[in-house]
Design a protein around this ligand. Structure first.
Ligand SMILES: [Fe+2]
Ligand SMILES: [Fe+2]
Length: 224
C-alpha cells in the first residue's frame, strides 16, 4: 500500500493536441504513463493533480478518463486549469457518475491511513489577469481548501497531505494563503504540479520549508 502523485498528464486521445511537440521531456509520455502507472497495485493510491485531459467536455474526455481508470488502485483527481470537463460546482455529480472508479477531490477529502488527503486547484499569479481578478480566484480556492480541511477535521483527522494543482506560491513569493493554511494545520506534505518545462520547475518550493515537505509532481518534471 503506497501513495503516489503525478500531475499534468494532458491526455488527448480524442483531441489533436499531443504534448510530444513540447520537446524531449514529453517524448513518449503516454507510453510512459501507461507503463509506470500500470505498475501500481490494487491497494495503492494515485493522486493526479490536475490537467488530465485536453477534452472540452465530459464526452471529449471519455477515452482519457477510461485510460486513467485502467490503472490499478484508487485514483483521486484534482481539478487543473485545463480540466474543462469538471464544473467546479458539480464535483459531487462527478463522484456519483464515476462511483468506485475515480474520486474527485474538491470541497471534500479522502483518507489514506492516518492521513486526510485534502486539496483544491489553488491559484498563483502568472501575469495573465489583473491582480484584482487573481485575488478573487485565489480567495475562492482558499475557501474551497478550507471546506476540505473542515470536512477532514470534522471526521477526526489531524494529519494532512495537501494537494494543489497550481504552485503554492507565486514566483518571488515566500508565503501565500495556501502555505499559511498548510502551516496552521501542521500539514506534512504539500504536493503540486502545473509547472512545465525546465525554466518553470523552480517557480515555487521544492523540499522542506518551515517543517513542510513541498513536492513538484508535474509529469514532465518527474519523467512521468
Ligand atoms: Fe499543465
Ligand atoms: Fe495547469
Amino acid at each position: 500500500m503506497a501513495l503516489y502523485a503525478l500531475g499534468d498528464l494532458h491526455l488527448s486521445f480524442q483531441a489533436d493536441k499531443s504534448m510530444e511537440a513540447f520537446g524531449d521531456l514529453w517524448h513518449h509520455y503516454v507510453q510512459k504513463i501507461d507503463k509506470y502507472c500500470g505498475r501500481l497495485t490494487a491497494d495503492d493510491t494515485l493522486v493526479l493533480t490536475g490537467d488530465h485531459s485536453w477534452g472540452k467536455n465530459l464526452a471529449q474526455c471519455a477515452t482519457d478518463l477510461k485510460f486513467i481508470e485502467s490503472f490499478p488502485g484508487r485514483k483521486i483527481l484534482l481539478r487543473g486549469n485545463h480540466d474543462m470537463f469538471w464544473d467546479a460546482k458539480k464535483t459531487q455529480q462527478l463522484n456519483d457518475l464515476f462511483k468506485d472508479r475515480l474520486y474527485f477531490l474538491q470541497n471534500n477529502f479522502f483518507s489514506y491511513g492516518p492521513y486526510a488527503l485534502v486539496g483544491t486547484k489553488g491559484y498563483c499569479y502568472e501575469g495573465l489577469d489583473t491582480f484584482e481578478h487573481f485575488e478573487k480566484i485565489r480567495d475562492r480556492e482558499v475557501q474551497r481548501l478550507q471546506v476540505s480541511f473542515d470536512a477532514a477535521v470534522a471526521a477526526g483527522y489531524d494529519r494532512f497531505i495537501m494537494f494543489l494543482h497550481y504552485p503554492p506560491t507565486s514566483i518571488g513569493e515566500f508565503s501565500s494563503p495556501f502555505t499559511e493554511m498548510a502551516e496552521s494545520y501542521g500539514v506534512e506534505h504539500v504536493v503540486y504540479s502545473h509547472c512545465h518545462g525546465r525554466e518553470r520547475f523552480g517557480d515555487s518550493y521544492i523540499g522542506e520549508v518551515n517543517g513542510i515537505e513541498y513536492h513538484l509532481v508535474s509529469g514532465d518534471y518527474l519523467g512521468f
